[in-house]
Design a protein around this ligand. Structure first.
Ligand code: SF4
Length: 84
């Protein structure tokens, strides 16, 4: 299963710790808010990504299935419910 990172912008306070852990994966803007990669994550780096998620004091980062994250609303409903 391919995964993508998602940030809850309500929770994120811009501490930037996530980007400090994996700067080549999670960029930081000038206010230290995360800039997440567009595509699926490198499966070989999941341990580092998990550490970055664990270090977030606000628990603002989550992993989502890449196919679900990219889906439009109608397709998302079908993916989640199995409906045709
Ligand atoms: S560590 Fe958490 S709170 Fe800090 S910038 Fe990253 S996602 Fe936001």
């Amino acid at each position: 299963m391919e995964a993508r990172l998602k940030v809850d912008w309500i929770k994120c306070d811009g501490y930037g710790l996530c980007g400090d852990f994996v700067p080549d994966i999670i960029g930081l803007d000038e206010w230290r808010y995360p800039i997440l990669p567009e595509g699926p994550l490198d499966g070989g780096r999941m341990h580092e990504i998990q550490r970055a998620m664990d270090c977030c004091p606000m628990r603002a980062l989550t992993l989502v299935r890449a196919d679900v994250a990219a889906a439009r609303p109608g397709r998302l409903r079908r993916l989640l419910t199995g409906a045709r």
